[in-house]
Design a protein around this ligand. Structure first.
Ligand code: NAG
Ligand code: NAG
Ligand code: NAG
Ligand code: NAG
Ligand code: ZN
Length: 288
C-alpha cells in the first residue's frame, strides 16, 4: 500500500519544485521587509491602531500578514487586478486617468486606485461605530499594495504583463523577468550576503535609511498638501525604473547573472526601503 502511494506523491513533489509559482508582487520576503521597516517607523497613534486592527494571531506583527493579499487572490478573485498597473508598451510613463483600470476597462481598478480606496476606508477608523468596511482587511491590503507599487515591474508594459511573458534564465534556472524582480534578486542577495536570512537584510536596509539615505528620506515621505496617500508618485517612479533597469538589455531567453544582479540590486534595495518608509508615512497620516 505504502509503496503504491509513493510514485504519485513523488511526482507531485517534483511538480511542485519544477513549476514556478505564479508571482504577484514582491515575494514573501520582499513584502515582509517593507512591512517590518514600516512598523518600526510608526507614530504612537498609528502603532496602536495597527495593533488594534491586526487579528490576534498576528501577535501585533504586521509583517507576518504582509502577503495576506496574495493568499486571498483565489478567495477574492475581484482583488487580483488590484496588485499592478499596465501602462502602454514602450512609453515608459504612467497616468492615472489613462492607465488605472482593469482588463475590462473598469476605472480605478489598479494598485494606485486600491491604495486610495483602502486609505479612505482606514480614515473612517474610530470615527463611527458602524463602518461598512472591514478595516482589518483594509490595513492588510494597503500594506501589501504599497509594497507592490514599488516593485518596478508592477507598473510595466501591457503586452508582456509586466515581464510575466518574458522568459529568462536567472543564472542556470528558468524563470520569467517579472519573477526575477519579485524574488530572485532578493533571494540571491540573501544567499550571497545575509547568511540566507531576511533579518540581517532588514537590519542593513534600516541602517541605510537612518544613515546614508537619511537626507533623502523626508522627500520620500512627502505627499501633497492635504493628501493622505500618494500612489501616483510611486507608480511613475516604478515605470521609470522598469525601463531604465528591469527591461533594459533583456530579451526573450536572456541569461541574467552577475552583471545584471550587481547593477540591479541597488535599485531593489532602494525600492524596498522607499516602500517601507512610505507605508509608515501613510499610516502615520491616516491615524494621526
Ligand atoms: C514578525 O513576523 C515575521 C514573519 O513571520 C518574522 O520574521 C519576525 O521575526 C516577526 N517579528 C517579531 C518581532 O516577532
Ligand atoms: C475597494 O474596497 C472594497 C472593499 O474591499 C472592494 O470591494 C473594492 O473592489 C475596492 N476597489 C478598489 C478599486 O480597490
Ligand atoms: C475582517 O477580516 C478578517 C480577515 O479576513 C477576518 O478574520 C474577520 O473575521 C473580518 N471581520 C468581520 C467583522 O467580518
Ligand atoms: C487643505 O484642507 C483645508 C481644510 O479642509 C482647506 O482649508 C485648505 O484650503 C486645503 N488646502 C489645499 C491646498 O487644498
Ligand atoms: Zn501583490
Amino acid at each position: 500500500m505504502a509503496a503504491a502511494a509513493t510514485p504519485p506523491l513523488l511526482l507531485l513533489l517534483l511538480l511542485a519544485v519544477a513549476l514556478p509559482a505564479p508571482s504577484h508582487g514582491w515575494g514573501v520576503d520582499g513584502h515582509l521587509m517593507v512591512c517590518q521597516i514600516a512598523q518600526g517607523r510608526l507614530s504612537g497613534a498609528a502603532a496602536a491602531a495597527v495593533r488594534d486592527l491586526l487579528p490576534s494571531y498576528a501577535r501585533s506583527n504586521l509583517s507576518s500578514l504582509c502577503s495576506w493579499a496574495d493568499d486571498v487572490k483565489f478567495r477574492y478573485p475581484w482583488s487580483s487586478a488590484l496588485h499592478y498597473i499596465d501602462t502602454p508598451d514602450g512609453l515608459c510613463a504612467y497616468s492615472y486617468d489613462r492607465d488605472c483600470k482593469d482588463e475590462d476597462g473598469v476605472k480605478g481598478r489598479c494598485v494606485a486606485g486600491a491604495i486610495n480606496n483602502y486609505t479612505s476606508q482606514l480614515l473612517t477608523y474610530g470615527r463611527s461605530s458602524a463602518t461598512q468596511y472591514n478595516l482589518t482587511q483594509a490595513l492588510l491590503f494597503l500594506s501589501h499594495f504599497i509594497g507592490d507599487i514599488h516593485q518596478p515591474l508592477h507598473v510595466g508594459f501591457t503586452s508582456d504583463r509586466g515581464g510575466n511573458t518574458i522568459d529568462v534564465h536567472w543564472y542556470r534556472r528558468k524563470t520569467v523577468l517579472h519573477h526575477v524582480w519579485d524574488a530572485n534578486i532578493i533571494q540571491t542577495a540573501e544567499d550571497d550576503f545575509y547568511g540566507d536570512g531576511v533579518a540581517d537584510y532588514i537590519d542593513t536596509l534600516t541602517k541605510t535609511i537612518t544613515g546614508e539615505w537619511s537626507e533623502q528620506v523626508p522627500s520620500w515621505e512627502e505627499c501633497g498638501k492635504n493628501q493622505t496617500a500618494c500612489p501616483d508618485i510611486y507608480a511613475s517612479e516604478s515605470i521609470t525604473a522598469a525601463c531604465d533597469w528591469a527591461y533594459k538589455g533583456v530579451d526573450e531567453d536572456s541569461t541574467l547573472e552577475d552583471a545584471y544582479f550587481s547593477s540591479r540590486l541597488p535599485v531593489v534595495n532602494l525600492r524596498l526601503a522607499q516602500g517601507g518608509v512610505r507605508l509608515a508615512a501613510t499610516l502615520n497620516r491616516i491615524f494621526g
